[in-house]
Design a protein around this ligand. Sequence first.
Ligand code: URA
Length: 447
Amino acid sequence: MRVYDLILKKRNGGELTREEIDFLISGYVDGTIPDYQIAALTMAVYFQGMTKNETLELTYAMVRSGDTVSLSKIPGIKVDKHSTGGVGDSTTLVLAPLVAAAGVPVAKMSGRGLGHTGGTLDKLESIPGFKVDLSAAEFFQAVREAGAAVISQSGNLVPADKKLYALRDLTATVDSLPLIAASIMSKKLAAGADALLLDVKTGNGAFLKDPEQSFTLAEAMVEIGTGAGKRTVAIITNMDQPLGRAVGNALEMEEAIRILRGEGPADLEELCLILGGHMLLLAQKSSTAESGAAALKELISSGAALEALRRMITTQHGESRVVDDTSLLPRARHSVTVPAGASGFVCRLKAEAVGLGAMMLGAGRITKESKINLAAGVTLLKKVGDRVESGEALALLHTDHEPASSVVEEVRALISEAYACSREATGPPPLVLGYVDQKGVTRLKNL
Ligand code: URA
């Protein structure tokens, strides 16, 4: 087999076979195929797409490139949840203890934030002492003891994705649907859960801004998951404005604690209950997603969910008193207000600008190597549908930079421009746009 011929085949719209895809992926990972040939191949895929079969074979070849995790030592149906990335998306921080409190074991590997979207591991690390690097034995023990553990991905899980993603990032081929689907699903399949819930974000702050593309990606991922024998459901959710009120690592950890106390913002709580209800359904702990959501709401009211978080933090060596006293989380030195320029009702709040602003304050990474400030971020005092008076604070910037510094001024302008107001009140946007499962696509909103 010659790499040149396979690039040519794909460039001309041909369909690669399983053997050909295997040859390309294994050769790339072992270094016998150079970056420039795989760069040409990914560009050919970008323009020609991949058939369902090619996407499935690419996913399997990527899974085979490294280690896989077996969760069979943990009894029960393990359900993994994946978000394609959002702003203020602290759902995993809430859902891990919440569904564990309902008796669903959570053995989860998560990632760090990059760019304007946050990462679960960074948020958890804002808890003093919290360890995300556990050995396999410690991981299983933690799930047995606490019902839930969230750790960093082991070093050799899907090495093909690490190499390919870095290359795609440099060659303008990240936003290819088959490559995204294979990248996400190879990591999910290698992580060993029995069933998968995919939260596919769409809108301004999402990776895919066009809802149609998000539905197409969801369909491709559900097909891969189902093809691999895992029950897989995708929920397409709105990321036009950030979720909740907090954007930034410690701020989001604090907000997750407030949700588990029953004191959190309504949109984030509602999304957590919807996602959690589906996780309970996939784990066969409830007969419908709605009854699952109702059971989870009870676990919040009874305090059982908060206790599950306390156990999870203790088991992962963190300071569990944060559950009662969130002032133990890191706090920024300054908080700076962003005032409203006019009175009215907030009709738009661009999630991407808020994520970018939080990143510029130090909450996120510009490159993988960037050091982050766990305390930095933005609190959104007003969101879509809220009434605001001229001069009233729209948002608070949490920063260790001096309030008069150019970076704070820049972020202040960015967040101010992210808001738009109108004279008429508009309701908050719908949280869920639709579902994809093995039976097909359900759209909740005319697109
Ligand atoms: N997230 C991933 O893990 N991979 C992609 O290709 C895009 C988003």
